[in-house]
Design a protein around this ligand. Sequence first.
Ligand code: ZN
Length: 134
Amino acid sequence: MKIWFLSTISKIRQWIQGRYGYDQLSRFLFILTLALIVLSRISVLRFLYIPALLLLSWSCIRCYSANHKRRRAEYAAYLRIKSFFSLQKRKWSERKTHTYFKCSSCKKTLRIPKRKGKMRITCPECGYVVEKRT
Ligand SMILES: [Zn+2]
């Protein structure tokens, strides 16, 4: 019995070795799954149970996947989407004090204070200089 147990543990260790593991996207998918399961308890939203199970499956598949290249690409896409929404949130919270615009040379988003008149702005990324009225 003990030998069988140790052999099984060893096989599981070998199988887990080199797997992608848990990251922020897996965590987000898991939390979204829990939220959908809670919402699916409402009779009108019962259909949300199926997407919740699909998201949970995707989260588990990601954790035990050996295809690191694809998992990293998914994670990079997740981070791009997340940074887009955090920028929108920041723009909204600073909408009365700052204005945002894209550098016409490198497309980096720049932030300048509002109501300062005509300003000469140098992009920290590429050094492009532009004049803006704020
Ligand atoms: Zn620039």
